[in-house]
Design a protein around this ligand. Structure first.
Ligand code: TA6
Length: 303
């Protein structure tokens, strides 16, 4: 049996013979559902998420490019919306391929490619960030895992500086029983404490109030990055791996921030999500004319 892929009304669905499935809206190339074979939804999407292209989808995996957070006014991205334009632009589906593994056609794996180039942007957006670029976003679904890879190409004759991040809303049963391991000794910028920098002392980060931190865990001696483990009630729930993405934002808005978000429903939904956001956001990545950059993260469900 082969993976089944369908695209209609700007929504792409893919399903593996094992039953694992993914849904991607061409709007923002936003993954809005990732289900493991048992039908269990792995991502959180607000019940009030706008799915009509009127605003970025609240939940799933919004893509952040070329700037994370509110853009610095004095920066070339200064005129763009918070988190940039990737998540509120229409991408195109470039096609599917089942990734070869060990030389054999893996029938329980499918790679979906999406593209966004500067020529596809609204003129109003192009004027705010007038660089020529090409993005290819690959979403690979395998049994119990989802891999997200962003390839950025500078197609102009001017260098540009960018940030990129996968703003992943993981579904959890209860945030008060959820922890993140693998951040110990990592420096982090704490948005809740006037963006001051601290060092994580705990081997297991837990949540009891609004949390909004950008961690930059030190890479290992062989330059690989430490996997993060999300646990629930002490048991492994997700393993998050990164390649070329030095930062991880950890965010839960808690009661008040979520109450104030018009497109966040239900209002007690803060208890059932945790954003683990791999990216390169603590500095700017400069891309020379003609050069390319790639960043990859993978989420493995241990349920
Ligand atoms: O990634 C964390 C964060 O930057 C928070 O500060 C909060 O603003 C969240 O993203 C949601 O941002 P959004 O623009 O999607 O409402």
């Amino acid at each position: 049996a082969q993976p089944v892929v369908d695209l209609s009304d700007n929504v792409l669905t893919a399903r593996l013979p094992s039953g694992d499935a993914v849904t991607v809206y061409l709007y923002g190339a936003t993954v809005t559902s990732w289900k493991t074979a048992n039908g269990e939804e792995q991502l959180f999407v607000s019940q009030a998420a706008a799915l009509d292209g009127s605003k970025p989808i609240r939940g799933g995996i919004p893509l952040v490019f070329p700037v994370f957070g509110p853009p610095p006014k004095s920066h070339a991205t200064g005129q763009l919306a918070q988190h940039g334009f990737a998540r509120n632009s229409y991408w195109e589906f470039l096609g599917k391929s089942s990734s070869e593994s060990q030389g054999r056609k893996a029938d329980n794996s499918v790679k979906l490619d999406f593209g966004l180039s500067s020529s596809m942007l609204d003129e109003a957006v192009r004027r705010k960030w007038p660089y020529e670029f090409g993005l290819v976003y690959s979403v690979t679904l395998e049994k119990n895992s989802l891999e997200c890879q962003l390839h950025v190409q500078n197609k102009g004759d001017q260098p540009f500086d960018f940030q990129a991040l996968f703003h992943t809303y993981l579904a959890v049963k209860d945030i008060s029983k959820t922890a993140v391991k693998g951040l110990q000794s990592s420096p982090y910028v704490d948005k809740v404490r006037s963006a001051q920098t601290f060092t994580e002392s705990s081997p297991s980060l837990t949540f009891s109030s609004e949390t909004d931190r950008v961690y930059t865990p030190p890479s290992l001696k062989d330059n690989t990055l430490v996997p993060l483990v999300v646990t629930e009630d002490g048991a492994e729930r997700f393993v998050v791996t990164r390649d070329g993405l030095p930062d991880v934002t950890v965010w839960n808005g808690w009661v008040d921030k979520i109450k104030a978000m018009g497109d966040f429903e239900p209002k007690d939904g803060w208890k059932r999500y945790l954003c683990i956001e791999p990216g390169t956001v603590s500095s700017w990545t400069r891309l020379e004319a003609g050069d390319a950059w790639e960043g990859t993260c993978a989420f493995e469900s241990k349920l």
